[in-house]
Design a protein around this ligand. Structure first.
Ligand code: MF3
Ligand code: CO
Length: 251
């Protein structure tokens, strides 16, 4: 995986700030009655206003991803195409967004409960998934191995009794959305590639309240849980520094 130069890192910082700011706007706007499609339009206009472009639009194979952002509601797990179905209080909504600025990419995601009052199991889903990401961030520094991140995430998710969607993994990011290093959300400490200063990775635990099995909708993108259970994801793009790490997609 590539080591980024100072000027590439500076572009990723700008990209990450635009991304974080957009996610903040979207989570504040995500109230009952608004549609995911409305929110995707806001994301597109934020990109334009900031001189950035959409990493996800046109991404991938057949069909190419058709929108600027993925907005996954309730049993939708990831890669969900924004719909015209209005949000309701109590919906669990994940925003997963990618921003390209001057050729450099960052990727980040957040999950919320519409109306801001999650029930007990929804709170376990949101808190556990977020905690897994922040536990991982707390150990990231040069010299650790990817398996150390994976096992840290797995341990936290098991503690919260959440399902781990094993098909979906974190990844290297920067020149492209998905660079060659994979960061699974389960695994053994002390295994895998060693992290070095200048590497940039996206860490993204993806969980379910029920069984972790998923299937793809007939739009060719949207992934859903088999058992209809709720799903969550939190993601940050992280730079490995000389002494530790820097979260590039935090405000
Ligand atoms: N954060 C998602 C991932 O790393 C981005 C999906 S991009 C899409 O898989 F275009 F596939 F939606
Ligand atoms: Co990602």
């Amino acid at each position: 995986m590539s080591i980024k130069t100072q000027s590439e890192i500076e572009k990723m910082r700008i990209s990450g700030r635009i991304l974080a700011n957009t996610l903040k706007i979207l989570t504040e706007m995500a109230v009952e009655g608004i549609t995911p499609k409305d929110l995707a339009k806001v994301a597109a206009s934020e990109l334009k206003r900031n001189g950035a472009t959409a990493t996800f639009l046109g991404y991938g194979g057949t069909p190419p991803y058709p929108d600027v952002i993925c907005i996954s509601v309730n049993d939708q797990v990831q890669h969900s195409v924004p719909t015209n179905i209005p949000l309701k209080n109590g919906d669990i909504v994940n925003f997963d967004f990618g921003v390209t600025y001057d050729g450099l990419v960052t990727d980040s995601g957040v999950t919320i409960c519409v109306g801001g009052v999650p029930n007990q199991s929804q709170r376990r889903l949101l808190e556990g998934t977020k905690q897994a990401l922040y536990d991982a961030i707390s150990i990231i520094k040069p010299g650790i191995k990817v398996g150390d991140i994976s096992s840290t995430i797995e341990k936290t998710l098991r503690k919260y009794k959440l399902g781990i969607v094993k098909e979906l993994v974190g990844h290297g990011v920067g020149h492209e959305l998905h660079e060659d290093l994979e960061v699974p959300n389960y695994g053994k400490a002390g295994t895998g590639p060693v992290l070095k200063p200048g590497m940039t990775i996206a860490v993204e635990p993806i969980t379910t309240l029920g069984k972790p099995d998923i299937y793809q909708d007939n739009d060719g993108w949207t992934l859903r849980t088999w058992d209809g259970s709720l799903s969550a994801q939190f993601e940050h793009t992280i730079l490995i520094t000389e002494n530790g790490c820097e979260v590039l997609t935090a405000l």
